[in-house]
Design a protein around this ligand. Structure first.
Ligand code: NI
Ligand code: MN
Length: 228
């Protein structure tokens, strides 16, 4: 059993047993709609898809609590180390990092990748995470691309976390196509409604996906948990 707690924007806490894996920490007060601040989390591991502030504003603070190993693409891992994260892990696309609770594979995403201070930090990424015997595909920030299907075939995800907000990522209509390519039993929308330019109708996305694919869409409000 794996708990998937949505913390706003693209931030999720995946937990099972003693493992608490936080992806893309962007928390109170940096993200006004986040339900918690960094000091309310107790992460054992941190994963960061790319360098934009809405994915890592709280990475240093979240990682500091337990000196949590923090996974990011090599250039971003180096930058996070310079910001004070003690224990960085630096795969690149295609790399799989093993942990006592499972593994995380860094996969392709199409997006830009700079840090808040303007440093270019390589490619953007998504993650396929295996935790508690479940496989979860966090797409990161990305447009629609066909090899999502290949990524999902390689290790079929139980849950796909898909951006739907448009403008900086694919929109809800493209996200419904992505859901069809990935074929996960459960889809959870993310990266929408945090600010006006990425407004999206999650209920319309749910209807679209559930009428066209075999996936079920679970809409989580920030703070809510879905267990698989
Ligand atoms: Ni971004
Ligand atoms: Mn973003």
């Amino acid at each position: 059993m794996t708990d998937i707690r949505f913390l706003g924007q693209a931030c999720f806490e995946l937990s099972d047993g003693n493992a608490r894996v936080v992806i893309d920490p962007f928390l109170k007060p940096n993200n006004p709609v986040a339900p918690v601040s960094a000091d309310e989390l107790d992460a054992t591991h941190v994963l960061v898809t790319h360098g934009h502030a809405d994915h890592l504003a709280d990475a240093v603070a979240v990682a500091a609590k337990n000196d949590a190993p923090t996974v990011a693409i090599v250039e971003l891992a180096n930058w996070l180390g310079e910001q004070g994260i003690k224990n960085t892990i630096d795969p690149s696309l295609g790399g799989t990092v093993e942990f006592d609770w499972g593994w995380a594979r860094m996969v392709q995403a199409f997006h830009t990748n700079t840090t808040p201070d303007g440093t270019a930090v390589g490619q953007c990424a998504g993650f396929v995470v295996n935790l508690g015997g479940k496989t979860i595909y966090h797409l990161g920030d990305t447009c629609l691309f066909g090899d999502m299907k290949l990524i999902a075939e390689r290790t079929p995800p139980d849950v796909a976390l898909i951006p739907i907000g448009g403008h900086y990522t694919m929109d809800a209509e493209d996200a419904a196509v992505a859901a069809g390519l990935i074929g996960a039993p459960t889809v959870i929308p993310m990266h929408y409604n945090s600010f006006p330019v990425i407004a999206a109708d999650a209920e319309a996305f749910k209807s679209d996906v559930e009428s066209k694919t075999s996936s079920a869409v679970v809409i989580l409000e920030p703070g809510e948990t879905h267990t698989v």
